[in-house]
Write a protein that binds this ligand. Structure first.
Ligand SMILES: [Fe+2]
Ligand SMILES: [Fe+2]
Length: 274
């Protein structure tokens, strides 16, 4: 977590396709060797959609960014990819401020979030893996990404722009706040993706590879023009194929161990210490 004494760089929303904007946040800046992106998405179509809602501690900036693109009363859909706190941190507050929005979740998210989800059932719609909904001028298809850390997870494919929201898939650390993967060193990107995917899904190495490849094929066959995700800079058209090829191979990559007590000790002794 960032200390309140450390200033976080603010990246302006990035348009990655027509009327489609990544909302940026991140953790780790100034306190950790790498930064973890914490993104959301706004699709400003005929029926505007917000995809995932970030961490609660970024609420003011999240609302400034989202409402700088779309008026709260114009938001018609809020799609939450899964029930982790970096995706649901502002969902209740956003639904309070956006009276015309329907919250797209699924049955298991409704069950797992329990009383932490303070949105009445009549304002929700349950969309599972493989199902879709129409938002004015586009159909949005919920497709589970290859790697994920909650059974509720569905990515979201926009049939109009070809943008795919990968949720926790395609995650990578960065060395500085970053809007596009273009600026990442190729080897750093590959190794960073391998590390994050094994951390997110420790069962990854146990998979039947042929079955796993079919789950990647399913996503690849969508005809993706660009990938956005909660924990990655935007992956533009020139990098989509490489991202998909990289995600096929991570089970065989040896990655560093997760941070342990020694890292906590360094954090407690470092500039973020109270
Ligand atoms: Fe997650
Ligand atoms: Fe996440």
């Amino acid at each position: 977590m960032n200390s309140p004494t450390i200033t976080k760089t603010h990246l302006q929303p990035t348009e990655i396709a027509d009327e489609t904007f990544v909302i940026h946040d991140h953790t780790g800046e100034g306190v950790a060797p790498v930064i973890v992106p914490i993104n959301s998405l706004v699709i400003r179509g005929a029926e505007p959609i917000v995809v995932d809602t970030g961490y609660e501690d970024n609420r003011d900036r999240f609302f400034d960014d989202v409402f700088g693109l779309v008026e709260p009363e114009d938001i018609r859909w809020v799609f939450v990819s899964h029930d982790d706190v970096d995706h649901t941190g502002n969902v209740n507050a956003l639904m309070d401020l956006a009276p015309n929005a329907t919250l797209v979740i699924n049955w298991f998210m409704f069950e797992r979030m329990g009383s932490t989800l303070r949105v009445p059932p009549h304002r929700t719609r349950w969309i599972g893996d493989g199902e879709s909904f129409v938002a004015g001028d586009r159909e949005l298809l919920a497709i589970r990404p290859p790697v994920y850390d909650s059974p509720t997870t569905r990515g979201l494919f926009d049939s109009k722009t070809g943008v795919y929201w990968g949720s926790d898939s395609f995650a990578t650390p960065t060395l500085a706040p970053t809007t596009h993967v273009d600026t990442l060193d190729a080897e750093f990107w590959h190794d960073g993706m391998a590390m994050f995917h094994q951390y997110v899904s420790p069962w990854y190495a146990m998979l039947d590879d042929a079955k796993y490849q079919r789950s990647v094929d399913r996503v690849a066959s969508l005809g993706i023009a660009a990938i956005a995700g909660c924990h990655t800079p935007a992956i533009g058209s020139a990098y989509v194929e490489r991202a998909i090829e990289q995600i096929r191979t991570f089970a065989s990559v040896t990655v560093p161990a997760e941070p342990g007590q020694d890292v906590l000790d360094q954090m407690l002794a470092g500039p973020a210490a109270a």
